[in-house]
Design a protein around this ligand. Structure first.
Ligand code: ADP
Ligand code: ZN
Length: 613
């Protein structure tokens, strides 16, 4: 039991009092605090302010929810996303906590009822949308309520430097002025240094109140595959995730619709989502993703903001996103509950080149160089032979161990080979053909294939003709791709994909530097497209079988109440129940995520289901 306080609290963090541990166990059913969570809870309970930058799934909500229950008064929580607010309040109510929200979705009568409760001191937490908070009528009320704390969720919205600036957030400083002595906690998952400074300044928080934990999401496994047969590769991937909920991102609207239709044809419950769909369809699809089990959302980047579903088990990218920032944010939607999740991407350099062409075409914008650099960083991530987590975190300025053990390059170390001679052959072919030809032609030249085009230009008479005949074409394509990705060759986007040398190629041509390339893995070809993918979890052990059963019980209870299944119990809780198969209420209470209120509400139903299983 965690009553012994951790001794390694960072400076400024405060050990929580015993009441906080009690609430953690009794109400939330958790055994211990996560790192940093404890110290922030301690600070808030003691009446100090804090700004916390912690990755998604780190457990930021608990940092204000527990102090809200320990301190007297009502906690005022500002949250910009209405859907998220409703689910959070529902989750708290399920725990037996007196929580409510005020936003534009409520009718007059309902609002009055909630305000009456607020004034009567009956609420532990009140979630408010910023525009509502700043209305004159609400501002007038502020001073007549006893507030336990002020929590600002998605605090990066306060800053113009943040990626999601909300003008109403600018006025939160005024709220602070009207709540003297009320401790404030600002939380966000994404804030770079300028955004962090802005949060502190606008909310009048001292520098010492800032706590930044790492960005790492250790439960997410990163994997990148070369795009070869994208449709079959996607089906094989989904086969590994049968019955699980996830998101498949595509760049175009058209592709989301086609992909979703293809999956549905194969019995997978998939839905499309993009900004071109009618608002009602979008809302409906989003709702089904949140409320049903195992829905695969095939979406453009329009899908994501405010998706707080904790048990998204995978995020797949069929196209390479425009920047590591976007990639990290999108993959970050997987595994918010801390359970194993997978981020998988299909990569094709040709598609990236196409993307860059579009970028340059819209271009002329001052940003085009920045955008190019970000896309290049994505290519670097795809082509790396190093630990992917290390490359990603390194991009965000965070140091990470050599190997994480939970990405494809760590799990299946990539073999490399010395391709200096091949690079020289190819570069020489590029130069001798006048830097005017694309990959296919250059490969034909080095491999000594006398195609019509080769003969027409007399390239069969070049000294480079046939020097690389010993290597299969596929190897050469890999060489061209990797040398382009590494910046030795550049694609002339106006010249129909002609390859040119960059300055970086010179030392290689001169023999001053060597080039190591990765050996492309050739994934075993899995079933053809006509194979039907099973849409359900196929239980392979007693635990799996019980899990599937408990999940059905959860879904039924959720439907009866019109709430998302995960507010009843998380996947982690169901997993633990399925593995340990408790038979008594006491034993059930020891399962993570089973607190007193949930034991009363659902204990018997789940015990009954376990007995029958
Ligand atoms: P964030 O807001 O940082 O994205 P949440 O507050 O939603 O994260 O928490 C993520 C998940 O982790 C939730 O399912 C939550 O119930 C769980 N969680 C948070 N703190 C703990 C803890 N101390 N022990 C076990 N689970 C926790
Ligand atoms: Zn790794």
């Amino acid at each position: 039991m965690p009553d012994t306080l951790p001794s390694d609290l960072a400076p400024g963090l405060v050990a929580p009092p015993p009441e906080a541990f009690d609430v953690l166990r009794r109400v939330f059913g958790f055994r211990s605090f996560r790192p940093t969570q404890d110290g922030i809870v301690g600070r808030l309970v003691a009446g100090h302010d804090a700004a916390l930058v912690m990755p998604t799934g780190g457990g930021k909500s608990l940092c204000y929810q527990i102090p809200a229950l320990v301190r007297p008064g009502t906690a005022l929580v500002v949250s910009p996303l209405i859907a998220l607010m409703q689910d959070q309040v529902e989750a708290l109510r399920q725990l037996g906590v007196a929580a409510a929200f005020l936003n534009s979705t409520l009718g007059e009568a309902e609002q009055r009822r909630i305000l009456a409760k607020l004034h009567a001191g009956e609420l532990d937490l009140l979630y408010v949308a910023p525009e509502r908070l700043l209305s004159e009528s609400f501002l007038d009320r502020l001073s007549s309520i006893s507030w336990s704390l002020l929590a600002v969720d998605e605090a990066h919205c306060i800053s113009q430097w943040g990626h999601d600036f909300r003008p109403e957030y600018r006025d939160l400083g005024r709220i602070r002025e009207r709540l003297p002595g009320v401790p404030c906690l600002a939380v966000t998952a994404t804030a770079d240094a300028p955004t962090q400074r802005d949060i502190l300044r606008q909310l009048d928080l001292p520098d010492e109140a800032l706590f930044v934990t790492g960005f790492d999401r250790p439960n997410i496994r990163y994997r990148v595959d070369l795009s070869d047969e994208p449709k079959n590769q996607l089906l094989a991937f989904l086969d590994d995730h049968a019955g699980e909920a996830g998101i498949v991102y595509c760049l175009s609207r058209d592709k989301t619709e086609k992909t979703a239709a293809m999956l549905v044809e194969r019995g997978i419950p998939a839905l499309p989502y993009h900004a071109g769909l009618p608002a009602k369809t979008r809302a409906d699809h989003q709702q089904r993703f949140l409320r049903d089990e195992g829905v695969v959302m095939v979406a453009t980047i329009a899908f994501g903001m405010g998706i707080d579903k904790p048990n998204v088990r995978f995020v797949a990218h069929l196209d390479v996103p425009k920047s590591p920032e976007a990639y990290y944010q999108e993959t970050g939607r997987a595994g918010r509950d801390g359970e194993p999740a997978e981020a998988w991407m299909l990569y094709s350099l040709a598609a990236v080149v196409q993307q860059r062409r579009m970028m340059d075409k819209d271009g002329g914008s001052a940003n085009v160089w920045v955008e190019r650099r970000k896309l290049d960083a994505m290519v670097g991530y795809c082509e790396t032979a190093q630990c992917r987590r290390r490359v990603l975190l390194g991009y965000f300025g965070q140091d990470a161990p050599e190997a994480c053990g939970n990405c494809d390059t760590c799990l299946n170390p990539v073999a490399t080979w010395d391709a200096t001679r091949e690079a020289q052959m190819l570069f020489s072919a590029v130069v001798r053909t006048g830097q005017r030809f694309g990959a296919a032609h250059l490969i034909a030249v080095v491999r000594g294939e006398a195609t019509d085009k080769v003969k027409k230009f007399g390239h069969d008479r070049l000294p480079t003709f046939g020097v690389g005949a010993g290597r299969p074409e596929q190897d050469w394509r890999s060489v061209v791709r990797q040398l382009t990705a590494a910046g030795f060759l550049e694609v002339d986007v106006e010249g129909y994909g002609a390859l040119r040398l960059t300055d970086a190629a010179t030392p290689i041509l001169k023999g001053d530097e060597t080039v190591l390339l990765r050996v492309d893995p050739h994934p075993p070809k899995r079933g053809r497209a006509k194979r039907v993918v099973k849409a359900d979890i196929v239980p392979t052990s007693d635990g799996d079988r019980r899990f599937a059963l408990l999940r059905d019980v959860r879904l039924r209870l959720a439907k009866e109440q019109g709430v998302p299944p995960y507010v009843i119990f998380s996947d982690k809780t169901l997993r633990e129940m399925a593995e340990t198969a408790p038979t008594t209420r006491e034993a059930l209470l020891t399962v993570t995520g089973v607190g007193e209120a949930k034991l009363d509400r659902y204990g018997d139903v789940f015990l009954e289901a376990l007995r029958a299983a």
